[in-house]
Design a protein around this ligand. Structure first.
Ligand code: NAI
Length: 721
């Protein structure tokens, strides 16, 4: 291997009397260079002067047989340093601008003289010495320049505003002179060192300090100054026997307007801030020309007003396995359910994300996209008018548990519903290999934004489907937690409607409501449990309409009907018997039939009673034999007791055929009220307890229409139990 030599080359190292400069000077001399050892010999803060520092290093070099001369000028007198080189060695090939001082003070306390002196030594000094050497470099068509910056300049450091400003100024100086010098083979680079010296002895911890030898950085500087090194205009950081290159990057950015005639408002900026500040697709620009030409592209994009540009936007969704676990908890996954552990534990053999998590990347893209706010011609609206109307999801590959997904969304239709409007947003989500993960469609319902003369329906919307007209094949009941929305929102939908009581009340709700997607996620878990053997890979697609809000703490019931590989489902709130998800279905790649058709998840969270099954049985019998309703034709309110206390009520409306938890719905009156203990209710259903006897013994209390109660017999016997 050839040694890198500097024979015949003349090198000026400023501030070479100590620290880093000394190490540079010694190594250059060792490699054959003639070195001008410049040092003013002042204090750390730049006061005073002495020839001792430079002389000592010169003696060291000479003692080892090297060539060196001292120079005691301040770098501010740059031409004098260059003159020393010319007088002693007849030429100059390399300038290492290294001299430095510190005048650390908090910004408020920096005096003008502190500011000026720090700038003079670092920035002006580098300018003066380099400029004095410049004509010689050009004439000989060769030159190497180093300027010394600092992490304090690149990133800032408390108490060093003057120093940081000067140090970043040196990067700017290098950026330009590296361009101007290029045609004359003059290269300039920035070194960002971290080394033990008098400048850092009270800043760095002692152990660390001992390992940061200037000698470990000198080889980097010496290489950068060698004639065979072509690096130019770079920032090289080095310390402790390690080095790297640094540069500024620019994000992909976001358009603030879409037509050349549009103006830009602060709200436009706010609305795309997330996209505008997203650095996940940041790139380096190599020149000012490149920076300007990308601006020209932006302008062309705005001028052309191309539909696909107006209509499409990209957004990156970065997530870790913590995020997928957080999502799973947000949709009710809990450690008490063995089948949920795979969504909650990153070391689980089948650790996986819930398929419905794949809705989030394109939803986030939609929420942050300017496309939505400008989608309805001539209508401005804000997010308080916006509701999630419908959702479609198809998975092409399983949703990963972590990574970076890119969603491309486009507005594929805008429907004028008269008073309201619907924006249809299609999305495609890709992984880092550009493989398609998910296809989505979101129907956004915009309250009071209709009446713009648009079309009344859409051909592109994927339709919801009604469930079959028979009683459900399977049900899963699960109580949501009072914190369900508080947890779910951490997955990204931070709309205050789901957490802030005053915001919810302005929006017309008695309290914050649960996210529709949280309800959906729960039903997805229920369906996978019942029909997919808990295997998220069996999920193919789903469609759902969000019809009513759920309040955290309410109990959800997912009723399911299997039709081939399609599972229709309806999700209701048990407490109010209202449908919250409707027209819904999930397609599976493969169906596994449930071991138990009716399941209650997380039983300890729900006031679940054995007698609940009796009422479920009643519903099933009515559904399969609707004539029972006509025969009985009355409304019954059951109070179920435990230890003499009423713990649950059920309404059996046998005028309409509906059995539900709680008191009769508004407008419905109970004809007969029955009060009975939970276990007696079971015995009654099993035929173990005779109703007359129970009544006589006071086990069954009946109020209201006693005759009507007699007719219940047909309904109460449950062969299944
Ligand atoms: P140092 O204090 O050991 O060396 C600096 C030398 O510059 C001193 O010998 C001093 O007398 C000389 N000097 C000061 N003003 C001068 C002037 N007007 N004209 C000529 N010589 C003058 O400090 P160190 O640590 O070796 O610093 C070298 C360079 O590296 C400085 O520019 C410093 O800002 C920079 N730097 C150092 C870091 C470190 O961790 N040591 C970190 C980042 C940057």
């Amino acid at each position: 291997m050839d040694n890198l030599r500097f024979d015949g080359r003349v090198v000026i190292v400023t501030g070479a009397g100590a620290g880093l400069g000394r190490a540079y000077a010694l190594l250059f001399a060792e490699r054959g260079a003639s070195v001008v050892v410049n040092d003013l010999g002042g204090s750390r803060s730049g006061d005073g002067s002495s020839s001792k520092a430079a002389d000592t290093v010169v003696s060291e070099i000479r003692a080892k047989g090297g060539k060196a001369v001292p120079d005691y000028h301040s770098v501010i007198e740059g031409e004098k340093l260059v003159q020393t080189a010319l007088d002693n060695f007849g030429r100059v090939d390399v300038v290492v601008n290294n001299a430095g001082i510190l005048r650390d003070k908090s910004f408020a306390r920096i005096s003008e003289s502190d500011w000026n002196l720090v700038h003079d030594v670092h920035l002006k000094g580098a300018f003066k010495v380099t400029q004095a050497a410049w004509p010689h470099f050009r004439k000989q068509n060769y030159g190497r320049v180093i300027v010394t910056s600092s992490n304090s300049g690149l990133y800032g450091n408390f108490g060093q505003a003057n120093y940081s400003a000067a140090k970043l100024g040196l990067v700017g100086l290098c950026n330009t002179i590296s361009i101007e010098g290029r045609k004359n083979n003059i290269n300039c680079n920035v070194i960002v060192p971290t080394a033990a010296s008098r400048l850092t002895e009270d800043i760095l911890p002692p152990d660390f300090f001992a390992e940061l030898k200037p000698e470990l950085i000198a080889p980097v500087v010496v290489w950068l100054c060698h004639e065979s090194c072509e690096e130019n205009g770079s920032i090289i950081e080095s310390a402790a026997g390690w080095a790297t290159k640094c540069y500024l990057v620019r994000g992909k950015g976001a358009l603030l307007r879409h037509r050349i005639t549009d103006s830009v408002s602060p709200e436009n900026v706010r609305d795309v801030w997330r996209e505008l500040t997203d650095m996940s697709q940041a790139t380096r620009l190599n020149s000012i020309e490149e920076a300007s030409s990308t601006l020209l592209n932006v302008l062309d994009e705005i001028k052309s007003g191309l539909p696909q540009v107006e209509n499409e936007s990209n957004s990156v969704f970065s997530f870790t396995n913590r995020d997928s676990i957080m999502y799973a908890i947000g949709v009710g996954a809990n450690v008490k359910e063995e089948s949920d552990l795979q969504y909650l534990y990153e070391s689980h053999d089948s650790f996986s994300a819930l398929p419905s998590y794949a809705i989030l990347p394109s939803l986030m893209a939609t929420m942050s996209s300017i496309l939505i706010s400008s989608a309805i011609p001539g209508k401005e609206f804000d997010y308080s008018q916006v509701l999630h109307g419908e959702q479609y999801l198809e998975l092409h590959k399983p949703m990963p548990v972590e990574g970076k997904l890119t969603s491309k969304i486009s507005v594929s239709d805008v429907v004028d519903k008269g008073k309201n409007a619907v924006i249809v947003v299609d999305g495609k989500t890709y992984d880092e290999n550009d493989d398609l993960i998910a296809t989505t469609q979101i129907c956004i319902f915009v309250v009071s934004a209709g009446g713009f003369g648009g079309k009344r329906s859409s051909d592109v919307v994927i339709s919801p489907l009604d469930e079959p007209k028979r009683s459900p094949d399977s049900t899963v009941v699960e109580k949501t937690s009072v914190n369900q929305a508080a947890v779910y929102r951490l997955s990204g939908d931070l709309n205050p409607l789901h957490i802030d009581p005053s915001f919810a009340s302005v929006a017309g709700y008695q309290s914050p409501i649960l996210h529709g997607l949280a309800t959906l996620g729960m039903s997805v878990r229920h369906i996978l449990k019942q029909y997919a053997d808990n295997d998220p890979k069996k999920f193919k697609s789903l469609k759902v309409r969000f019809s009513k809000p759920v309040f955290p703490g309410q109990t959800l019931q997912t009723s399911m009907w299997r039709e081939g590989n399609r599972i229709h489902f309806v999700t209701t709130v048990q407490e109010t018997n209202s449908r919250v998800l409707s027209g819904a279905y999930m397609e599976l790649h493969e169906v596994n039939l449930p071991a138990k058709p009716h399941v209650v998840l997380c039983a300890d969270a729900v006031e679940e009673l054995p007698s609940d099954a009796v009422f479920q049985g009643m519903q099933e019998r009515i559904d399969s034999n609707p004539s029972l309703v006509k025969t009985i034709n009355g409304v019954f309110l059951y109070h179920i007791t435990k230890n003499g206390k009423v713990v649950k009520s059920w309404t059996a409306d046998l005028k309409t055929g509906k059995i539900y938890k709680g008191e009769p719905e508004k407008g419905v009156k109970a004809d007969t009220t029955l009060t009975i203990d939970d276990t007696d209710m079971i015995d009654l259903a099993l035929g173990k307890l005779n109703p007359q006897m129970a009544f006589m013994k006071g086990k069954l209390k009946i109020k209201g229409n006693l005759m009507l109660a007699q007719k219940l017999k047909a309904l109460n016997t449950d062969a299944k139990l």
